[in-house]
Design a protein around this ligand. Structure first.
Ligand SMILES: [Zn+2]
Length: 89
């Protein structure tokens, strides 16, 4: 189990909207054709299609695909935030 320091640089008050959220691991996608990337809610790494340099193609998304978290941050914060991982939609 990872415990993340209280002053970890990735913390920006995400508990206001991500406490107890449910996530599903999936390839990055978007419902909005105007939107070509998302950022990890914690470390701000970019999710996008493979042609975008330094981007991630897979991560954990909330049901609306509004919030994305990279696998590393998901593991770090899942317990503290009480996240539920959905395996089916
Ligand atoms: Zn991250």
């Amino acid at each position: 189990m990872n415990r993340v320091a209280a002053d970890d640089w990735r913390r920006r008050g995400q508990e206001r909207y991500l406490l107890g959220a449910s996530f599903k691991r999936m390839a990055w996608s978007t419902k909005d054709p105007q939107w070509d990337h998302d950022h990890c809610e914690f470390c701000t790494r970019k999710f996008a299609l493979a042609e975008i340099p330094d981007s991630l193609q897979e991560g954990y998304a909330t049901p609306t695909l509004q919030h994305w978290v990279c696998p590393e941050c998901f593991e770090d914060f899942r317990e503290e935030f009480g996240w539920i991982e959905r395996h089916k939609s």
